[in-house]
Design a protein around this ligand. Sequence first.
Ligand code: 5GP
Length: 213
Amino acid sequence: MGLIYQKPGGDTFELKSGLLPGKMAEGKLIIFSAPSGSGKTTLVKHLLKHIPELSFSVSCTTRDKRKNEIDGKDYYFLTVDEFKQKIKNQEFIEYEEVYGGRYYGTLHTEIDRLWNAGKHVIFDIDVKGGLNLKKQFKERALAVFVSPPSLTELEKRLRERCTESEETLKMRLDKADKELSYAKDFDVVLVNENLEKAEIKAEKLVKSFLNLQ
Ligand code: 5GP
């Protein structure tokens, strides 16, 4: 039986059956995408802690390092010139200019590195990047859209996080508005209204896809 998840509008739907179960021997991709502030990073951290078969895909970015972030663990922090050189060398499997002038991208070598280590790879990535990976890897990837209960709640969470200026907060909210319209293109929509419940659902979902239950 498939797993039932709630769509943003309140409907429920079943995980597409072709995705279950996965082939054990093959490295898989678990893609978590969401508007910034929806809680996807917290969910991804929870999954990494509870599912040892997973490893995090460390992206490259040109944005400034935040307090507590570690280069090579949270991101590979690059200058715009370094990033553009990697684009030129076709080192990215996908990349986006996520916010004006700030680039984010996934290196081919990052996925290979983790698959070679016998891990399934989990991504915390923006909506366009997530759909791009899903298109390339198809049944080998599970694409999960984490939705906030509402845009008002999203704004509240972003303000509480205190990582944004008024200007970048507005950019993130404008982008979130557009991103919500892509939810239907993902394999699963997970509404993060209550973090604890969302963590349990996410764990069940990923374990089913990886055939770990
Ligand atoms: P933040 O600046 O809050 O760490 O991330 C901003 C957005 O960029 C988030 O939605 C995050 O998931 C996304 N992101 C992180 N890494 C990548 C990546 O490699 N590719 C793409 N397309 N987006 C990414």
